[in-house]
Design a protein around this ligand. Structure first.
Ligand code: MN
Length: 285
């Protein structure tokens, strides 16, 4: 089996605040790479951060999106969201919210109220998944995926577990419905073991290390807040697990279409971005 080659290592450097709730490091973005990360657009990682107890709500106030999906995974802490179509929910450790902005939503993303009052550690990831042109104006929707509903695969040789948020691994299917072929695997790996990950040839692939230490393809050592990108070609990635580690793997079939984005809108042309801003301004979301 051919190994997927490492094409790039992104070491998370610096962070910026999204609203007053999310001190994130951008691990990749369509602003600097397009084809190499497609069908993904953006990966923000908010590493473990302590928040003091507060009476004041923290997060990102109401804002719009159009043309793609946001996938939010909570590792520690608690988030609450609500949108203009009446959806609202709360997600905690292990839970995932898969939001399809489609033609347009307006939502807010806040820390959980109880979490804010008590204070504590927040750790989360938000991944933006692009939609093909034909689905960019589809009906907005949410998939609220609770920890307990996510299929778990035990890796051979006691290497750990893989939680299948989306895609498929050795015959087990992930829980999320996706528009294009996407794997999203939350892996909890045991130090001192090795594992071979089998992936489709033709998928762009990235692995984010949230914590721990692994050696990938016998060459590159990755630790917390580091991300490796891999070639489309190849069907295998070797992971030598040095310490207990938490990894997020995302792979997908590239969407071979132009990407034009501005802030919370990602479309195919500048005209469609203008239309998104106009529609939002006119209250059509
Ligand atoms: Mn948002």
């Amino acid at each position: 089996m051919n190994t997927k080659k490492i094409t790039r290592i992104n070491k998370g450097s610096g962070s910026h605040w999204v609203g007053d709730g999310f001190p994130v490091t951008t691990m990749f973005s369509y602003q600097t790479q397009t084809e190499e990360i497609s069908p993904f657009l953006l990966l923000d990682y908010a590493g473990p951060t302590e928040f003091e107890s507060s009476e004041k709500a923290r997060g990102v106030e109401k804002h719009p999106h159009r043309g793609f999906e946001t996938v939010t995974i909570v590792y520690q802490g608690e988030l609450e969201h609500s949108d203009n179509s009446g959806n609202a929910g709360k997600i905690g450790p292990g839970d995932v919210q898969w939001m399809t902005a489609g033609r347009g939503i307006i939502h807010e993303e806040m820390h959980g109220r109880e979490f804010t009052r008590k204070g504590g550690t927040l750790e989360m990831v938000q991944l933006w998944v692009n939609l093909p042109a034909k689905d960019k104006m589809s009906q907005p929707k949410y998939q609220e995926i609770l920890n307990s509903n996510i299929p778990v695969v035990n890796l051979t040789g006691d290497a750990g577990v893989m939680r299948l948020i989306a895609g498929e691994y050795k015959g087990t299917k992930g829980i999320a419905n996706t528009f294009t072929d996407v794997n999203l695997w939350d892996m909890r790996l045991n130090g001192g073991h090795k594992t071979e990950l089998n992936l489709p040839d033709g998928h762009n692939t990235s692995i984010l290390v949230l914590s721990g230490k692994v050696i990938v393809n016998n060459t590159e050592t990755l630790e917390g807040k580091e991300l490796a990108q891999f070639s489309l070609e190849g069907e295998q990635i070797l992971v030598d697990i040095q310490d207990d580690s938490v990894l997020l793997l995302m792979s997908g079939q590239p969407i071979d279409e132009p990407v034009v984005g501005r802030g919370p809108f990602v479309m195919n042309t500048a005209e469609e971005i203008q239309a998104a801003m106009k529609d939002y301004g006119a209250g059509l979301f």
